[in-house]
Design a protein. Sequence first.
Length: 118
Amino acid sequence: VQLQASGGGLVQPGGSLRLSCATSRRIRSIVTMGWYRQAPGKQRELVAVIGRGDITNYSDSVKGRFTISRDNAESTVYLQMSSLKPEDTAVYYCNLKVAVFPREYEYWGQGTLVTVSS
């Protein structure tokens, strides 16, 4: 399975961006789809994840500003980012976890750069 992330770019503080991550094929048995980010000199961190039943979980730093959603038919996940701050600058990676009994598999996209700067 390959993940293709897109939508990154340069945006001014307070602006918005929408990231998309598409899978190379329709996936069954998705456990979660999500977004992580890694800023320069920092460890990769969870941004948001969406699981079965569309249950979502967000990092405290993005709650109220970012919204994760997905298109189950296309196995695509989105991240709508609003009220962006300079500290949101990072490479954003999409993540997919799939359950194929008895194991769980994890996949990563290539990353898309988000730069928040005036």
